[in-house]
Design a protein around this ligand. Sequence first.
Ligand code: PLP
Length: 337
Amino acid sequence: MEIDWDSLTFSFTATDVMYRQVIPAGSEWGEGDLLPFGDISISPAAGVLNYGQGIFEGMKAQRADDGSIVLFRPKQNSARFAIGAERLGMPPVPEKIFIDAIESVIRENERWIPPTGRGALYVRPVLWGSGAILGVAPAPEFTFMVFVCPVGPYFKGGMSPISLRVSDEFHRAAPGGSGGVKAIGNYAPGMMPSKMAKKEGYAEIIYLDAVEHRYVEEVGAANFFCVKDQVLYTPELTGTILPGITRDSIVQLARDSGYTVHEEKVDVEFAMQADEAFCAGTAAVISPIGRIEHGDKVTEYCDGEVGEITHQLYHSLLDIQLRRAEDKHDWIHVVKE
Ligand SMILES: *Cc1c(COP(=O)(O)O)cnc(C)c1O
């Protein structure tokens, strides 16, 4: 079957092969299996289905300019997956097993990797408490799976700045909770607020901190940045914010380019007086923010254009990811040369 690359969006498409490994609680991760992609059977009493004992990861395998197949900083995803597993009472998957699993699924689905610049193969590792359990406690069995989906380029027809609304009503995470890990249960509560905002014409909502209702936390499921007088600001990682790998890479790239970057609490009032704003995550890399509304206050950034520093950082990161620029930090992981 021919794949129509131009019709790809950021949505689910079944591919050829997936990876699965199941272990009983108390034992170690070993070797998993490559299986045809398809449905799995699971007990209705599984811990993941009843109590949300599950985490996920998201990364992109891309065809670089030189034709090689590459991942961007997958060891960071592995480390974050391990921290999430511990937080949710599950056995962490060792780095080698994690990387070998994703590499083998990517290789087996090579025909699904879009040509350079026309999208990516989105890689989705998941870890679930799959065993049956009635009481609220870690499941007696765990399942680690990896599947992949081809996705189209995030910005078809160029980057366009998005419009956001600050929520005074909903919060994403609270201190001591699970906001700092990719726990599956963190995402469903954001669906209704996000859907409401979209209905009113906003691309997403901005969440403020749950204690003082004052500091910017995240934009939907992406990290927030703003630029004021050539200095970058991004909310510090206090446990309620997901430590994005894109966020970390932007902080490093900005510092490499000579900018000062402050990781600190970012007051929403300050953010609304900034010169540029953008959000960052694997899917879009960087999305410029054109407009933020908070109550009856409105800020428009850069007359609806993409800010200069936003543009510069987006291209420097993309150039590294597609091997057009030198990989000084050793961020590129080659799956196939
Ligand atoms: C995954 C995620 C991000 C972005 O992380 P990346 O590693 O850059 O993809 C940001 N916020 C939330 C809530 C996320 O789940």
